[in-house]
Design a protein around this ligand. Structure first.
Ligand code: CMP
Length: 241
């Protein structure tokens, strides 16, 4: 009996811990968090599963708990522009809930992913009742606009090695793990996906990675990229025209 009660309370504590790590719910009183926890629906996706498509009607917000989700705009000829990769505690699908327009981009998992979803009605109720949450959403949108501005600047001002170096370092800064050989960038992405992130061809990305491999700047093993010589990679984008 005692054990059961404590495991239920452990689960509640776990749910609350999880919510307090999500920027949207930070500083929210415990009472509201408990109420909210009841409204979240757990969802699970295998790697390479579509969550929604650009142009769909948006009815749900997702909060990622585990895994990685690629946000991209597909083109008619099968190519795609990768706008971002969202991971643990990131929000997904807030834009169409806020402006009532269709989904602005498509979302596909690149790893097995666990998330919780919140309906439009419950999401908007949180924003109405909690000014801190409005502020948090503004922070999320501004951070995404800054990252997008940076990508536009890179696309105009850097060459392929510069854009690739910058992107690998940015991924590693966010998700990297130190290993014996250097810093594993922490995200399993194909060379095609890396190419789609920087607006280059897969062939150009492959050629560059092989060159850096020979120079012991990076190591590439299937979808695992390790930064072996960070300062050399930093030089690649600072020297980029
Ligand atoms: P929504 O438009 O509902 O569906 C696509 C989602 O992708 C969008 O909400 C955001 O959550 C996310 N998204 C769209 N554009 C970007 C971007 N430039 N950077 C990061 N995330 C984005």
């Amino acid at each position: 009996m005692t054990t059961r009660r404590s495991s239920a309370s452990d689960r509640t504590d776990e749910a609350l811990d999880l919510l307090t790590n999500v920027v949207l719910f930070r500083n929210m009183p415990r009472r509201m968090l408990l109420e909210l926890a009841q409204k979240l629906r757990p969802v699970q996706y295998r790697a390479h599963t579509d969550i929604f498509h650009e142009g769909d009607e948006g009815a749900t917000l997702y909060i990622i708990l585990k895994g990685a989700v690629k946000i991209f705009i597909p083109s008619l000829d099968g190519r795609e522009v990768v706008l971002a990769v969202h991971r643990k505690y990131d929000l997904l699908g807030e834009m169409s809930l806020l402006d009532d327009e269709p989904r602005s981009a498509s979302a596909t998992t690149i790893e097995n992913t666990e998330a919780v979803s919140l309906s439009r009605h419950d999401f908007l109720a949180v924003l109405d009742r909690h000014p801190e949450a409005q502020r948090a959403i503004i922070d999320v949108l501004v951070a995404r606009l800054r990252a997008t501005n940076q990508s536009i600047q890179d696309a105009y001002l850097l060459d392929v090695p510069g854009r690739l170096a910058r992107r690998l370092l940015a991924i590693a800064n966010e998700h990297g793990e130190a290993t014996e050989d250097g810093v594993d960038i922490g995200l399993r992405v194909s060379q095609q996906e890396l190419a789609n992130m920087i607006g280059a061809s897969r062939v150009a990305v492959n050629k560059q990675l092989q060159q850096w491999r020979k120079q012991r700047i990076v190591d590439v093993n299937r979808q695992r990229v390790t930064i072996v010589n960070r300062s050399a990679l930093e030089r690649e984008y600072s020297l980029s025209p």
